[in-house]
Design a protein. Structure first.
Length: 279
């Protein structure tokens, strides 16, 4: 897991870590509505309560404080709720146990656990996750970056190191960021295979960045938590106000970070604004 960090080279004094889905790429809605949700319904044959379960999935993953949660955690949370409502999920215990105890929420980690346990629930979870990846690959390749991202990345890359820190799978990240020719702006492109966001920020910090010179940019509470656990600053991309958020990042937040005025008062203002934007 660590060799990706062994190769990392710090170039500038400041580091801006950026999440991908829902933060730089306008891909969250379509991925959840066309891929994650429908594939869950198919894999577990949940057609009887399809609308209700899909609405729960969208709420958990897009519009509330669990926005941007890892796919397997999202699945576990959904199943916990619907099982209390009387929907039976085969071998649910194995799914919940793996999500709670694994140190790597990825397909490869899931495969290793299946080899050990031969669990039906985990086999279905892997089937779902692989089918989600296939469905994402087959999505129409439209222009997926939010307005302001292209210019924002270009400007930022001139003055700070920019690293993508995402819980999306690496192949999808390489495809999306490569197709838009954004990889040239980055010092790293880190997906779920590199570890959690918290782990990735911690590893990047070890490359010689001062804690007060690192900023995590994200659209979900998990991004805020990853920043706080590493004692670094957090900047929110607000749902529905992405262009405004990117413009302010480049013109106000990063200059404050570099000038030493990204203080506690400013941080608290941003976090309040972020929390108010989610249900």
């Amino acid at each position: 897991m660590n060799n990706v960090f062994d190769k990392y080279k710090k170039i500038k004094d400041f580091l801006v870590c950026v999440d991908s889905d829902g933060c730089a790429m306008d891909t969250m809605e379509i991925k959840h509505r066309e891929c994650f949700g429908p594939e869950m319904i198919k894999t577990w044959n949940l057609f009887e309560k399809e609308e209700e379960i899909l609405n729960l999935w969208f709420d958990l993953n897009l519009y509330t404080q669990t926005r941007g949660i890892n796919r397997f955690k999202g699945l576990a949370e959904t199943f916990k709720i619907i099982s209390k409502q009387g929907v039976e999920i085969e071998d649910l215990e194995s799914i919940l146990n793996w999500v709670d105890t694994t140190n790597e929420l990825s397909n490869n980690s899931l495969k290793r656990e299946i080899e050990k346990t031969d669990s039906k629930g985990l086999k279905m979870t892997l089937e779902w996750s692989l089918n989600v990846n296939k469905a994402i690959e087959n999505l129409p390749k439209g222009d997926e970056a939010f307005e302001g991202v292209s210019e924002g990345l270009e400007e930022l890359s001139k003055i700070v190191d920019v690293a993508v820190v995402s819980s999306a799978n690496g192949e999808a990240l390489n495809d999306e960021w490569g197709r838009h020719d954004y990889i040239k702006f980055l010092t790293a492109l880190l997906g779920q295979e590199a570890g959690t966001k918290q782990h990735c920020i911690a590893e990047l910090k070890k490359k010689g960045y001062d804690t007060n010179k690192v900023l995590m940019v994200g659209d979900a509470p998990g991004d805020l938590q990853a920043a706080q656990k590493n004692d670094v600053r957090y900047y929110p991309i607000l749902v529905g106000k992405e262009k405004f958020s990117w413009d302010r990042l480049v013109n106000e937040a990063v200059p404050k970070l570099m000038g030493g005025t990204f203080d506690e008062e400013y941080q608290n203002k941003l976090i309040k604004e972020f929390n108010d934007s989610l249900k």
